[in-house]
Design a protein around this ligand. Structure first.
Ligand code: APR
Ligand code: ZN
Length: 247
C-alpha cells in the first residue's frame, strides 16, 4: 500500500511529485488509450473494463488483460522511465502513476503508487484475497483464487470504470502536501480520468506538463511549463527545469 513517506514537513527540502499516464510508457511500445490506435479504439470499455458487468464477460476481460500483460512483459523501460528513476535518487520524489505496467519499477523506481492498480495483480471478489499473479497467463474456469478456489470471482487487479480507486486518497493527500517550493510534473496523461487541469491550477509551486499535444482538457494556462513532445525527447529540458527549482 503506498503511503506518503512522512507527510511533507514544512522544513523538508523541496520535493518532486510526478503524476504519469499511458504516454510515459508509449515509447516502450505500450499502447495508450485515447491516442490514434489507442486501446479504446479496438476495445469496448463497457465490455472489458466495467465494474458492473465484468463477471458476465470473464473470457473477454481476462483475454484483454492477458494481451496487456504480454505486451508489458515484452516491453522495456524507455529513457523517460530511466529519467524518473534518476530523479528519484537526486531529489525527494513521490511517483504516482495511472499506469498498470511495471516499467517504472523495472527502471529502478521505488514506492511507485499505482492509482489504477497493477497488471501483475489478481483479486478475488468472492473472498477479497489479492495476490501477485505476475505477467503470465490466466485461464478462465481453470485458474482459481489461491485462497477460496473461486474461478469466476477473480478479476485482474486493475481498477475498472465504476470501481473505487483505493489509492485515490493518496493522490489527494499528495496534492494537499505540496508546498510552494515543491514541483508537480505531469507526464503522458490526457487528464480524462483525473482532474489534472485542476491539479495544475491548485499546486502551490511550479508545475510542468509533458504531453504530445495541447488539449482543451488541460489548457496551457493550467501549467507554468508545457512541453509537447515525446517524453523521451523532453527529458533533458524537464531535468533542467527540475534542477532549477529543486537543487
Ligand atoms: N510522451 C509524452 N506524452 C505522450 C506520449 C509520449 N511518447 N504518447 C502519448 N502521450 C500523451 C498523449 O498526448 C495523451 O495526453 O499521453 C496521453 C495519453 O492519454 P490517454 O491515452 O487518455 O491515457 P491516460 O491519460 O493515462 O488514461 C488515463 O484512463 O482508460 C483509463 O485506466 C485508464 O489509466 C487510464 C486512464
Ligand atoms: Zn477467493
Amino acid at each position: 500500500m503506498f503511503t506518503m513517506k512522512g507527510e511533507w514537513a514544512n522544513d523538508a527540502p523541496p520535493q518532486l511529485m510526478i503524476l504519469s499516464g499511458a504516454g510515459l510508457s508509449a515509447e516502450s511500445g505500450i499502447r495508450t488509450f485515447r491516442d490514434a490506435g489507442g486501446l479504446w479504439e479496438g476495445h469496448d470499455i463497457d465490455t472489458v473494463c466495467n465494474f458492473d458487468n465484468w463477471r458476465d464477460n470473464l473470457e473477454l476481460v481476462h483475454g484483454f488483460y492477458q494481451a496487456r500483460r504480454e505486451a508489458a512483459a515484452k516491453a522495456d523501460p524507455n529513457p523517460a522511465h530511466d529519467a524518473v528513476a534518476r530523479w528519484q535518487t537526486r531529489w525527494p520524489t513521490h511517483i504516482l502513476t495511472q499506469n498498470v505496467d511495471d516499467l517504472l519499477e523495472r527502471a529502478g523506481c521505488t514506492d511507485v503508487c499505482h492509482l489504477h492498480g497493477r497488471l501483475q495483480d489478481m483479486r478475488c471478489y468472492d473472498c477479497d484475497y489479492e495476490w501477485e499473479h505476475g505477467l503470465g497467463p490466466w485461464t478462465v474456469d481453470q485458474d482459481a483464487c489461491p485462497d477460496c478456489g473461486s474461478t469466476r470471482g477473480v478479476k485482474p487487479g486493475v481498477v475498472f470504470f465504476g470501481e473505487m480507486a483505493p489509492e485515490y486518497r493518496t493522490l489527494q493527500r499528495a496534492m494537499d502536501s505540496l508546498r510552494p517550493r515543491d514541483v508537480l510534473l505531469v507526464v503522458g496523461t490526457s487528464g480524462q480520468v483525473l482532474p489534472v487541469a485542476r491539479m495544475g491550477l491548485e499546486a502551490p509551486g511550479p508545475t510542468i506538463l509533458n504531453n504530445l499535444e495541447p488539449s482543451d482538457v488541460i489548457p496551457d494556462r493550467c501549467f507554468d511549463h508545457t512541453l509537447y513532445r515525446p517524453a523521451g525527447e523532453a527529458v533533458a529540458e524537464v531535468e533542467a527545469l527540475l534542477a532549477r527549482y529543486l537543487d
